[in-house]
Design a protein around this ligand. Sequence first.
Ligand code: IPD
Length: 267
Amino acid sequence: MVADTDLGALAADLAREAGVLALRRRAEGVSLAATKSTVADIVTEADREVESLIRERLRRERPEDGFLGEELDAAAGTSGLTWVVDPIDGTVNYASGIPTYSVSVAIVEGEPSPEAWRGVAGAVYAPVLDELFTAVRGEGAWLGAERLAVTEETPAGALLGTGFGYDPSTHDGDLATVRRVMTIARDLRRMGSAAIDLSYVAAGRLDGFFERGLNAWDFAAGALLVEEAGGVVSRLDTAAPRPMLIAGGPRVHERLRALIADTTERT
Ligand code: IPD
């Protein structure tokens, strides 16, 4: 049986190798491969190539594990473990030359649903910034050699992150939530990579984060980072098409969750 720390080391290695490839491809120029749900929802050739690199390495080194990535087909495994991968989280930033994008690699145990699985290890690598965030369950969260801890910030002073989905028909609801949240926040950031937002919550750079409609690959690694840094992550409306993910230190999380649940009921 492989130790969680070995899986963590593999996740970190995969994220770093993939990030270096993404960076190299960026320097060579970005080619758009396709648009997905809307014109804003894009995939580049690099997204696919980076995910293939991770997938091929896992096929060789962990053939019994399942795989769930953003760009390729999912594959069930036999080990009870699944790799959940976003090859480039923040593809719009990547295509536009904005440095906040990342590779997110997580390994989870259990059912293929974020409510039912347990994170085992995760890594988020932001290659332009050369920052590698890692977490192993029960072992803490780290930025390189620095152990991470969420802030104890009170909600009134909270610096929060958020993001918006690609479907314009959902923006009214998103903006209603933002208006409400701004009554308790110091300020708001929209970084463009949910994996980086969650890493920043773990690192205490942001006090909290919320976004509706994220996919599992956007948050699987980041959620473990936050939890291992002493924070709380939960989802609201999990039966709806666009559940709301909320993360933060315990007090910020609790306040945000209550506020957002109340806003959702009114809209
Ligand atoms: C996106 C980023 C963005 C978030 C979007 C995600 P992608 O992921 O995480 O910050 O606001 O909801 O879809 O598409 O670049 O992998």
